[in-house]
Write a protein that binds this ligand. Structure first.
Ligand SMILES: Cc1cc2nc3c(=O)[nH]c(=O)nc-3n(C[C@H](O)[C@H](O)[C@H](O)COP(=O)(O)O)c2cc1C
Length: 187
């Protein structure tokens, strides 16, 4: 271990970005409702924070419009995207796009929930902490739901999923198909 630290060199901005790009991250669309209008953006800086009470954190760029809105509404939703939702991840990262106009969504507990997500959380904003050019939002989870869908992940600027989960999902689908076929035979 000592050798690793001896080789340490101060990171420049580019090297730091490149290092962090190699870290596997979840892909979420964080949403809020402002004056009855849905708003949301793609966020990979989403993490579990506390078990009791259940809390999560999301980091938003200080220039993010979503950040300004959440600081007003004090509530937000987290849509953890499923493996097939990379187009959605791109859409909600595109400035000027009609993000909700091009998506299927519904209001749940007052927050916009996108169709087909892997999991869904509703949070009350507990704290907003300054962190360099980002703000870390700490949210207390008030509602949550998980589905069987494999999640979308992002690493080396490529979308994908955990290969073992993909195998598990394929196996589940195979089993479900077999059961459907058996059911059909019995009728
Ligand atoms: C895969 C991916 C992950 C992203 N993660 C974050 C993030 O964690 N925090 C953030 O502030 N922006 C993140 N972005 C960028 C925002 O989605 C993008 O800047 C968006 O246009 C911000 O919209 P807004 O200013 O309307 O909130 C990410 C973009 C992509 C494609």
């Amino acid at each position: 271990m000592q050798g690793v630290w001896e080789e340490h060199v101060p990171l420049n901005n580019l090297a730091f970005r490149d290092l962090m790009a190699g870290v596997c991250a979840p892909v979420t669309v964080v949403t809020t409702t402002r004056e009855e209008t849905p708003y949301g953006s793609t966020v990979s800086a989403f993490a579990s924070l506390s078990l009791d009470p259940p809390m999560i954190s999301v980091a938003l760029d200080r220039s993010s419009r979503l950040l300004a809105f959440i600081l007003q509404t004090k509530r937000f939703g987290v849509n953890v995207l499923a493996k097939s939702q990379q187009d959605m991840a791109r859409l909600f990262a595109t400035r000027g796009a009609d993000r909700f106009g091009q998506s299927t969504w519904a209001s749940e507990h007052g927050m916009p929930r996108l169709a087909g997500v892997a999991s869904w959380l509703v949070c009350d904003l507990a704290h907003a902490v300054e962190g360099g050019d980002h703000m870390l939002l700490l949210g207390v989870v008030t509602n949550a739901e998980k589905t069987a869908a494999a999640p979308l992940v992002y690493s080396e600027r490529i979308f994908g999923t955990h290969s073992v989960l993909l195998e598990r999902e394929t196996e589940r689908q195979r089993k479900a198909k077999r059961l459907t076929l058996l059911g059909g035979d019995m009728q």
